[in-house]
Design a protein around this ligand. Structure first.
Ligand SMILES: Cc1cc2nc3c(=O)[nH]c(=O)nc-3n(C[C@H](O)[C@H](O)[C@H](O)COP(=O)(O)OP(=O)(O)OC[C@H]3O[C@@H](n4cnc5c(N)ncnc54)[C@H](O)[C@@H]3O)c2cc1C
Length: 479
């Protein structure tokens, strides 16, 4: 089948409603961080699994590349197509049905295009919790969360998306539908195939639905904004909080003064919760099915003891839902504030939690050597993941800083993580942005195994060409 014929048949399959006209293409072709402006032969929005299956079968025969896209909030350009002749962008937003909720089995079955916040809301309607949570939850989609193995703000307690997926429905490059939506908690009948697709960033198949784990909804939540003397103290405090609360900590988010200042400068209504400025903060949240007063008592006791031990120098506990939201807003709007400030050289590293202070010392010393004037902004911490983002001094233009220092700074940050056995991409994936890092930091054995898997499932290389797998590792008939 030739290219034109294939594209015409795909257009017929989705019908006029499923085709994105060129006038509306921009939002799908430019990535979240505006690092890439892509192009595609066709942008389609299928509405059924059958349509997806027929589209992939045609692309496979005609050797057209298929680029899956959910909410297009990914940070590594993974959802951007790069070929105006041979790439078909498949946007999953019309496949947005919740197929089933099982309050006894604590599962929810959602199509790939369900917005994360809608999945959370559906669970909440039944008094349950779907715990994946991140600042992009109003736009990112379940299929994208699966494909990136999203992390977010509650990994400490509930794990990443991989821990929350019980099964998947995936359209394979051949067009065959692999349906593993049984929702079983135990099933050792050979390979756990769903796991292969979690974190595969659209390079192995098109995820069309997922069975997700739900949890009892906590009856009480307590949130504190604490000024701590150093990141190392934040980690000590986290250990104390986990221990003394009976492991009721859900989130532990580090916020540096530089981050807070960005938010105060750019985000309307944001205000410093404390009277005096401090260099380091920890946003700590506990949740449980304890009665609210009991959890509050636990948090107060933790804070009291930590203050006695010199771990906390100042702090405030949220007194209402509105105050809790205001504290979280200070953390969740950091990416937006960075963007309004002009941009940041972003990193998404992880090390063992106990190694975070060593990592900061190692990377900090190296960065001091390269660009002592930078500002460092970082988030997360409780799960060993640091968004270690670097900005120029306030008065300097970002583009100049990025062009002059960016590559060196990134290399120093990634090398420091690697020296401690850490990862250069904790939760944002590889996409097109970090392929060189993948080649540099993953072992030849790991790269060979990844390429073998890719070849086995997608021999014609139609799925998300040019993403994740380094071209040298997957030489041959790619689309
Ligand atoms: C403000 C902000 C905060 C964020 N915070 C976090 C955070 O805390 N933690 C975190 O992990 N990420 C975070 N992200 C990144 C992003 O939101 C996540 O990676 C999210 O999981 C991407 O979902 P999406 O639907 O937007 O996917 P997209 O950006 O559309 O796609 C991402 C990748 O998944 C593939 N893909 C998408 N849908 C499918 C499908 N159905 N089948 C197969 N492959 C598919 C794409 O091809 C691409 O490779 C944040 C982003 C923003 C803008």
């Amino acid at each position: 089948m030739d290219r034109r014929d294939a594209l015409r048949r795909i257009a017929e399959i989705v019908g006029p409603e499923g085709i994105v006209p060129p006038t509306e293409a921009e939002r799908y072709l430019v990535d979240e961080r505006r690092l890439y402006r892509g192009s595609a032969a066709l942008i389609v929005r299928p509405s059924t699994v059958d349509e997806c299956s027929r589209i992939l079968a045609i692309c496979n025969r005609a050797r057209l590349g298929v680029v899956p896209q959910g909410g297009n909030t990914g940070y590594c350009g993974g959802a951007t197509p790069f070929d105006a002749e041979r790439h078909v962008l498949v946007v999953m937003t019309r496949m947005n049905r919740i197929r089933e909720i099982d309050p006894v089995g604590f599962t929810l079955t959602a199509e790939a295009g369900v917005v994360l916040a809608d999945a959370q809301a559906e669970a909440a309607k039944h008094g349950l919790l779907f715990p994946l949570s991140m600042a992009s939850e109003g736009s990112c989609r379940i299929g994208g969360n699966v494909a990136t193995n999203a992390g977010g703000l509650a990994v400490l307690r509930y794990g990443t998306m991989r821990d929350l997926v019980l099964g998947l429905e995936v359209v394979l490059p051949s067009g065959d539908v692999l349906s593993e939506l049984k929702g079983l908690r135990k099933d050792n009948t050979g390979y756990h195939l769903a796991s292969v697709f979690v974190g595969s960033e659209g390079t192995l198949g098109l995820v069309t639905a997922a069975v997700l784990k739900l949890f009892p909804r906590p009856r009480s939540t307590e949130t504190a904004w604490l000024a701590v003397s150093s990141p190392a103290t934040a980690i000590a405090l986290l250990g104390r909080a986990r221990d003394e609360s009976g492991d009721r900590v859900v989130s532990a988010e580090y916020v540096s003064r530089a981050s807070l200042e960005l938010v105060l400068r750019h985000i309307e209504g944001a205000r410093d919760p404390l009277d005096r400025a401090h260099e380091h903060y920890l946003l700590l949240e506990l949740a449980s099915s304890d009665a609210p007063a009991a959890l509050r008592e636990k948090l107060e006791r933790i804070v009291e003891r930590a203050a006695e031990a010199g771990e906390i120098v100042d702090g405030v506990l949220a007194e209402s839902g509105a105050q809790r939201d205001a504290l979280w807003r200070l953390r969740e709007t950091i990416p937006e504030a960075e963007r309004r400030e002009g941009g940041a050289v972003k990193h998404d590293v992880s090390v063992r939690i106990s190694d975070v202070p060593r990592f900061l010392a190692l990377a900090g010393a190296e960065l001091d050597r390269i660009a002592p004037h930078r500002r460092s902004v970082y988030g997360h911490i409780g799960d060993g993941n640091l968004h270690y983002n670097l900005l120029p001094p306030q008065e300097d233009p970002f583009a100049e800083f990025r062009d002059r220092w960016g590559a060196k700074l990134s290399c120093a940050v990634h090398d420091a993580a690697a020296r401690l056995g850490g990862s250069f991409s904790a939760e944002h994936g590889v996409g097109v942005l970090k392929i060189a890092e993948l080649e540099r930091y993953r072992s030849p054995q790991a790269l060979a195994a990844m390429a073998a898997l890719k070849r086995a499932l997608d021999p014609n290389g139609i799925m998300n060409p040019g993403k994740v797998i380094p071209p040298a590792a997957f030489a041959s008939r790619s689309a």
